[in-house]
Ligand binder design. Structure first.
Ligand code: WT7
Length: 655
């Protein structure tokens, strides 16, 4: 987060109470009700979660034990049998919801589709049978590499239905990044599309899959291809199968497989401090419960609502709050293929107006981009259907919060600033919109059952308003279970950064935070080598390895530079091997190289060539210095450990 943002958050004192009319109809109506729930959960968490699991979900078999906690490994609803696709679909079919819209989908070119619960169920059964036809069995991993079309949700639910863990790979990742993820998960089948529409162009996906498989992902036996853009592609006989054709060859009868509560539901890769993305493991029962109940209470989701989360299904937000949470609640969810683009900067407001969206959940980077476009655009559309707004992905600066409140929410919609992570599975710290007052820039208070704290590096709590590390002290149902295939990394990354005290393990979130005297949390940003560009989480090491894999590069250091719209932008310091001199063309080539290695989301905004990087005597790159340089600030603080002081002068001059 940039320094001006931190400054404005530190000075923020405004507080907004929920409108009485909102509270009156909400699930949780007052601060008192919130506190009662919170205390109830704190007094006996297992009873709290057990009661909710019983009330809110369908179980084929009830669990024997709510929680088995052998730090850092947790098992929830041990012995219980459940299927999340059943909870998202089948159980609604015996009610009036059978003919209710489950997904309202709007394509970028303006085409649209509505799938009722009945129709969605049928599509999911067909795809599940198609996967079986391709040899997928319970436990086999299936990769999903699709644009934002209904088939993305259908594919996830089809996997869940037959007990095949999915690994969704964001469509913006390159063939190389896809291949790494296919190999790590040992995926058997890939579900992809010819391409997708993005910013008035088509992007080829099948071609990327072909490349990934050519470069070696031998576990992949079949590729199921959805046709979206009708662009040219080649089908490899015996490997590639068209969804349109296979769909007509399978039946629509496919009972949901009873899964053990702790069976693997999905793997989702996310960036960490090392070069290799980690496969975050989520399992079935606890994830189903937590995404269900957070969707219900935080978005105050009612049967009459039209709910829209603008994320991509390739990220955890899409998993939890486009697909599983809303559908488990029997809600109507909008899914939009497009993003704001020069030809249609107001497309989000068009979608809200067209479908009468009531609940709108987006990211600070989008809000800041809208602010820049001015108020005229949203004001020219009818946004009066909105009743609740949400934000996620990075700290929101109070200016953007106020603009969102005033221009989009027309001063009547509560805003839920929701803090969570890929690893937490669901929202952890957030306002409950009918119950708690909000403060611009604060993600408010913990969800019932969640016990966060701000501590120092020894694990000791810091006093009110002191900065420290955000940790979670008690296990929760949708917590990360493991790093796929790497339990040591799981332990090291999340449970040993803060040393366990008296065998009390705490989950280390990787964020800096403070808590004010009213118990409100203010998250300040990552404390590790992870940067957030337009809400996309990237590891600086990943980008560095991509740069160094270019033959002309000997060393690279990547830092985040504050950016008004995207929060952070990628700034790379690069040391060349000396055979070519630095040039604008070379910088361009290296940027393209990173796009090829990781994907367009990782394209460096700026590359600065240098003959050396500032290092400590023990050889550690001094990132703090690089961050200041990238931000155009004077380098302050301690530079005494710098090994070669002339490096700093050269870097300043942009040598
Ligand atoms: C990181 C997790 C959770 C879905 C999207 C991102 C940052 C997330 C907030 C918020 C301040 C936030 C944190 C976190 N973050 N939400 N409301 N306020 N920071 O998921 O890619 O796993 O990234 O996003 O730094 O650690 P992710």
């Amino acid at each position: 987060m940039s320094d001006p943002t931190i400054e404005s958050i530190l000075q923020e004192k405004r507080r907004f109470s929920p409108p009485q009319s909102f509270s009156d109809q909400a699930y949780i109506r007052s601060e008192r009700e919130y506190e009662q729930l919170y205390s109830k959960a704190a007094a006996n968490p297992e009873r709290f979660w057990g009661e909710l699991a019983e009330q809110e979900l369908h179980w084929f078999k009830k669990w024997d034990k709510v929680l088995d906690w052998r730090p850092p490994f947790a098992q929830w609803f041990v012995g219980g049998q459940i299927n999340i696709a059943y909870n998202c679909l089948d159980r609604h079919l015996t009610t009036w919801r059978r003919n209710k819209a489950a997904i309202i989908w709007e394509g970028e070119p303006g085409d649209s589709r509505v799938l009722t619960y009945g129709e969605l169920h049928r599509e999911v059964c067909l795809m599940a049978n198609a996967l079986k036809e391709l040899g997928v069995k319970k436990g086999d991993r299936v990769a999903i590499y699709l644009p934002m079309i209904p088939e993305a949700a259908i594919a996830m639910l089809a996997c869940a239905r037959i007990g095949a863990p999915h690994s969704v790979v964001f469509g913006g990742f390159s063939a190389e990044a896809l291949r790494d993820r296919l190999v790590d998960a040992q995926a058997k089948v890939v579900i992809t599309a010819d391409g997708g529409f993005r910013k008035d162009k088509t992007i080829a996906l099948k071609a990327q899959v072909d490349l990934a498989l050519e470069h070696g992902a031998p576990s992949v036996e079949k590729v199921l291809v959805v046709e979206r853009t009708q662009e040219e592609m080649t089908l490899k006989p015996g490997r590639d199968v068209l969804w349109r054709e296979l769909k007509t060859q399978v039946g629509a009868d496919c009972p949901a497989e009873p899964m053990e509560s702790e069976d693997l539901l999905f793997i989702l890769y996310t960036s960490g401090s090392t070069g290799k993305p980690k496969g975050v493991v989520h399992t079935t029962g606890g994830y189903n419960l937590y995404t269900h109940i957070t969707t219900k209470w935080i978005f105050d989701l009612k049967d009459t609502d039209v709910y829209w989360c603008t994320a991509d299904v390739g990220w955890i937000t899409g998993h939890s709050y486009i697909v599983y949470g809303p559908l488990s609640n029997g809600a109507t969810a909008v899914m939009y293929e497009g993003v704001p683009r020069p030809s249609n900067p107001g497309c989000f407001w068009d979608v809200i107006e067209k479908y009468g969206v009531n609940i709108f959940y987006t990211a600070p980077t989008a809000i800041r981009a809208f602010m820049r476009q001015g108020e005229a655009l949203p004001q020219s559309r009818d946004l009066s259907s909105l009743r609740l707004l949400g934000t996620v992905g990075e700290p929101i600066n109070p200016e953007a919060w106020m603009w969102y409140h005033r221009v989009i929410g027309q001063e009547k919609c509560p805003i839920v600033d929701t803090w969570w992570q890929t690893e937490t599975g669901g929202i952890m710290i957030t306002p409950l919109p009918g119950a708690l007052g909000t403060k611009p820039g604060s993600c408010c208070r913990p969800f019932p059952g969640i016990v966060p704290e701000v501590v120092d590096l020894d694990g000791a709590p810091v006093t009110d308003d002191q900065g420290g590390y955000l940790v979670i002290k008690k296990p929760w149902p949708s917590m990360i279970r493991n790093v796929y295939g790497d339990p040591e990394r799981f332990r090291r990354t999340y449970w040993e950064q803060i040393p366990p005290q008296d065998d009390q393990y705490v989950y280390f979130a990787g964020d800096g935070a403070r808590q004010d005297e009213e118990g409100y949390f203010w998250v300040m940003g990552r404390v590790d080598d992870v940067i957030s560009v337009a809400g996309h989480r990237l590891g600086t090491m990943e980008i560095e390895s991509a740069l160094v894999s270019h033959p002309l590069v000997v060393e690279a250091a990547v830092v985040g530079r504050p950016d008004e719209i995207t929060g952070e932008a990628i700034f790379a310091f690069v040391v060349l091997d000396g055979s070519q001199s630095p040039s604008a063309e070379l910088a361009q080539t290296l940027k393209e190289h990173v796009v090829q290695e990781i994907g367009a989301i990782a394209r460096p905004g700026e590359i600065r060539f240098t003959d050396a990087l500032p290092k400590t005597r023990s050889g550690k790159i001094m990132r703090r210095l690089l961050r200041s340089l990238a931000a155009g600030q004077e380098v302050s603080g301690d530079t005494s450990t710098l090994e070669d002081r002339t490096v700093l002068d050269k870097l300043r001059g942009g040598a």
